[in-house]
Design a protein around this ligand. Structure first.
Ligand code: MTE
Length: 337
């Protein structure tokens, strides 16, 4: 995930010189505290990038007009840290269809997310295509406070709104041969600039995958809202997947297809950088990324440093999926062991 694309070295995502060593950002934090301020504008790591969009288009424009969503708080998921501020989360994003930088919001003005269709297909008895508006209207929505951990070591804590992915999968009636789930995002070259620039990321549409048991896990959330409202475009409107025990890139935004398949599917970042982004990508402090440590994470907005937790702290829900594996097994996290 980098602006410096070195295809031969599989170096994507953050270039090494953007990955700040821990002692530097601890010092930076002291510096911020000394100033008596925290947050917007001081550092891209702290959220609040300020690239200008078209004339008059502001971050506020991406948030206003989002319909409020009714949901029931799911009390199982408490947080051990404060929520990330709504505007901070909405101004520091990864959405490579629009830009390889974190300033996604200035680029989404032309992105049309209504109407939107979502297809469930492949090895299922009941293939179906939903109009996403109807799909959302027909669901009991839950609000879940989840920790969210990007592979680049930034993290946030946000109130997502959605429903369990297993609900959709069960309705589709997977056939016995179905062992994996493949996700596909959108292709709109006229609306998403990077899809049209012939860059090294040219594998569009974005695609991801899970094993069927992972996709059926209670934590896997089909997400349609955040902060009590529909998703802003930069967060993956109108419908995305959130998997809080995995690095953020495993959860595709703005999805158009969920397909049940027999073989392990290829995935976007694994295809671009197989040595850096593996299929499993479970959060694991003991599996460093080849170019940086995963021991700590930095909270967007405050810059707080927290120790990374195995499975991002959700082991009681997911550890059984990986039981009996050696620590060297890539399913624990990154690397070849
Ligand atoms: N989905 C699509 N379609 N395109 C992307 O570039 N980036 C991933 C994931 N889903 C990405 C995507 C990465 S790297 C992360 S960390 C999260 O989205 C970021 O989600 P957020 O911007 O809502 O915080």
């Amino acid at each position: 995930m980098s602006q410096k694309l070195e295809a031969s070295q599989s170096r994507f995502m953050l270039p090494a010189d953007e990955v700040t060593p821990e002692h530097v950002w601890l010092n930076r934090r002291r510096f911020i505290q000394a100033l008596g301020v925290a947050g917007l504008g001081l550092s891209p790591w702290l959220g609040g990038g300020r690239a200008l969009a078209g004339p008059g288009f502001t971050l506020e424009d991406t948030l206003k007009g989002l319909a409020p969503l009714k949901s029931r708080p799911d009390k199982r998921f408490g947080l051990d840290r404060p929520l990330t501020a709504r505007r901070v989360a909405a101004s520091f994003n990864n959405f490579y269809e629009f830009t390889p930088t974190k300033n996604v919001w200035p680029k989404v003005e032309r992105f049309q997310t209504k109407p939107w269709r979502l297809e469930i297909s492949g090895l299922v008895k009941n293939p179906v295509t939903y109009d996403v508006k109807d799909l959302i209207a027909g669901q009991k929505l839950e609000e879940r406070l989840y920790r969210f951990r990007c592979v680049e070591a930034w993290a946030m804590a946000v109130p997502w709104i959605g429903f369990p992915l297993h609900r959709l999968l069960k309705q589709a009636l997977p056939l016995p041969q179905a062992r994996y789930v493949r996700f596909r995002s959108f292709l709109k070259r006229d609306q998403a600039p990077v899809q049209n620039d012939g860059s090294t990321y040219n594998l569009w549409p974005y695609f991801e995958g899970l094993t069927l048991p992972e996709a059926m896990n209670e934590l896997a959330l089909v997400t349609v809202g955040i902060y009590s409202h529909e998703l802003p475009k930069q967060h993956g409107a109108p419908i995305r997947v959130v998997l809080p025990w995995k690095y953020g890139f495993k959860g595709p935004k703005s999805i158009t297809r969920i397909e049940l398949v027999a073989e392990q599917p290829r995935t976007f970042w694994n295809t671009l950088g197989p040595d850096e982004y593996d299929f499993w990508s479970n959060v694991n402090p003991d599996k460093p990324h080849p170019r940086w440590s995963q021991k700590y994470e930095r909270m967007l907005g405050t810059g707080d440093s927290r120790p990374t937790q195995l499975y991002n702290g959700y082991g009681s829900y997911v550890a059984h999926l990986y039981a009996g594996m050696q620590e060297s097994d890539p399913r624990f996290g990154f690397g070849k062991g």
